[in-house]
Ligand binder design. Sequence first.
Ligand SMILES: NC(=O)NCCC[C@H](N)C(=O)O
Length: 405
Amino acid sequence: MAGVNVKSEIKPLKRVLLHRPGNELLNLTPNTLEELLFDDIPFLKVAQEEHDAFAQALRDNGVEVVYLEDLMTEVLDQNPEVREPFLKQFIEEAGIRTDRYQKIIFDYLNDNYPNNKDLVLKTMEGINLTELHTDKSNSLVDLVSEASKMVVAPMPNLYFTRDNFAMIGNGVSINRMYSVTRNRETIYGEYIFKYHPNFKDVPQYYSRYNTFHIEGGDILNLNEHVLAVGISQRTEPDAIDALAHNIFNDETSPIDTILAFYIPNNRAMMHLDTVFTQIDVDKFTIHPGIMGPLTVFEITPEGEGIKVKEMTEPLEKILEKYLGLPVELIPCGGGDRIAAEREQWNDGSNTLCIAPGLVAVYERNDVTNKVLEEKGIKLVVIPSAELSRGRGGPRCMSMPIWRED
Ligand SMILES: NC(=O)NCCC[C@H](N)C(=O)O
């Protein structure tokens, strides 16, 4: 199975991309939490156990699990000439500007991490100044600097593989991210979609070098013809315009409609998938908090360009029109405002559909989970005490590569 095939949110999931949370979480500190988009410091050992349980539950349901770190390692193993430019680009994008430090860090990584997998994991982890053993008498900066500080920041959000690149049908959007910290993550996507034999021929609908930001949590493949994209804290309308042009201009793509969902701009609802995910052919979970403010726009091709129309019908009717059947919206928290806010904060609406009516959910959202079960949905329940501290659920932690047609 080379390439990618994701033309639905619910059809049987065959292959999925994950990243096992690693030592990058050990470099989160109270002062860097806000900048690194965490609300607390997860206990790594337990976060890894929970993540392994997630991966195993997917395997038990017939899904092949592929890890981001392994794909990137394969790129470097199969293309040895890429190791040096990758490292140089990584160091530049980590904000290392002086020639002296660029060389110190390049030599440190290149000499101490001959094994490509170790190197890839180290780039994710970050580098503390204490590791570099610089000769302090050679530089004023080193002499006045704190002894222990991150010279290369960690990338703790990598376990949210949903966001930095996103499959759209048989193509991919390599995203320009909203935040500095997450923009560094897309370097792995750039190299995988340039060099990996399974992915190098996949059409690219967006580039990490574009100006406007867009993240995968806002991109939902409703069906072969219809894509939904959130206008959110993380995704700008200009990026959706550009994405629409590129998709409509790809003759191989059957997508003829993009629905832009304009959701409130705040951290609790950072992406469309934090408030809205599909769980069955005719069912969606939804955070009731978006129902008032939500506006939906229809984007279709017109000549060389696009046509945009605001839709006035209620959300159920809009979905019914494009999916071709009546649709039920199931409120997170069972409709109670307090339960809805609490459980949406811990990703109660952020489910990963493994097959129609079979979804992975966080264990902690018991009010929402009970409602889903009452509606006949089968749940694959994932332990979630530590993983949830990063503010993302099962959909955020997974990027489908292949769903059955
Ligand atoms: N699709 C998602 O909602 N992903 C969750 C991303 C959480 C991460 N801490 C972030 O703020 O980007």
